[in-house]
Write a protein that binds this ligand. Structure first.
Ligand code: ADP
Ligand code: MG
Length: 297
């Protein structure tokens, strides 16, 4: 077990930021920690990394209690804090040297990590000269220097443009092949893109903890279709595997099916054999989105 959180509560004065939070994460998992702003994600992550103490409960990371063995926890955890606070005036190498000194890390390892996170082309630059995407790579490099078993990444992709986003996501996925990763986000597509499992937190409480494969397994298939002509509902009922039929407007329908087989070609053929044409055929895979909205709205 890499991370064990049991009945953790945290108050800021009178405000309860975490309310009896419990979860476990096994070695090698990439887990998305999903929740709206203010849900308690950063607070939980600061507790996991021994930067903040909980008021109640137990937290064990890599076998170490965060209260009594904070140094051992810090040694085995790589942490990318929210907003990635960097010293802009430092050169990349200087900044990483500063982190390396804390953990007694060799120059060789610094160069290795620079290569690992794809910083080599920019490595002669000052942090202030880097794009946001490259700054995130510096933060990731700092978190990886001491080769920790567990990575805690607090909103690692917030504020990146679409290209940087894709690059950092694939980098995290790559790194995650050999580490346990907990990453927070308020974007559910992010979880779909990177994670094996999602833990959803809302107002300090865990409201869901599911494997992505289970979510996809139980997903019903919804297809939005627009025909060129009016269709009777009775006729739509003759499409194989159809479960529900909703008229959205005019000739546009939302059809749901009780099968995982892609039903778009079937609908296309149905249209053709009934003298209709499909103007739009859109398959929706929104189970995580609707789960998130239901649980956090
Ligand atoms: P998230 O990271 O999910 O956005 P946070 O853990 O930052 O959520 O915050 C959880 C709650 O605790 C929020 O209501 C926030 O306003 C409050 N909070 C966070 N940090 C502090 C602090 N240092 N002092 C007082 N309240 C705080
Ligand atoms: Mg936060």
């Amino acid at each position: 077990m890499s991370i064990l959180v049991k009945n953790v509560s945290k108050f800021y004065g009178k405000q309860k930021a975490l309310n009896k939070v419990s979860f476990k994460i096994s070695g090698g998992e990439i887990v998305g920690f999903l929740g709206p702003n203010g849900a308690g994600k950063s607070t939980m992550m600061k507790i996991l990394t021994s930067y903040l103490n909980a008021n109640e409960g137990t937290v064990i990371v890599n076998g170490f209690d965060v209260l009594t063995h904070d140094l051992d926890v810090k040694k085995s955890v790589g942490y990318l804090p929210e907003h990635n606070p960097l010293y802009l005036d430092l050169y990349i190498k200087e900044y990483l040297n500063f982190h390396a000194d804390i953990h007694h890390i060799s120059n060789e390892r610094i160069n290795e990590v620079i290569g690992l996170v794809g910083l080599s082309p920019e490595k002669g630059k000052k942090i202030s000269q880097l794009s946001k995407g490259y700054r995130q790579r510096v933060g990731l490099a700092a978190a990886l220097l001491h080769n920790p078993e567990v990575l805690i990444l607090d909103e690692p992709t917030t504020g990146l443009d679409p290209n940087q986003l894709a690059e950092i996501r694939s980098l995290i996925k790559e790194i995650g092949k050999t580490k346990t990763v907990l990453l927070s986000t308020h974007i559910m597509q992010e979880v779909e893109a990177m994670c094996d499992r999602v833990i959803i937190i809302n107002k300090g409480k865990i409201v869901a903890d599911k494997k992505l494969s289970d979510l996809l397994e139980n997903q019903e298939q919804i297809i939005e279709v627009e025909f060129d002509l009016r269709v009777e509902k009775e006729l739509l009922k003759t499409i194989p595997n159809i479960e529900s039929i909703n008229n959205i407007f005019d000739n546009t329908w939302a059809l749901s099916f009780d099968t995982k087989k892609d039903m778009r070609p079937v609908i296309f053929d149905f249209a053709k054999s009934n003298g209709l044409r499909t103007l739009l055929l859109h398959q929706k895979t929104n189970s995580l989105e609707s789960l998130f909205q239901n649980l956090t709205s």
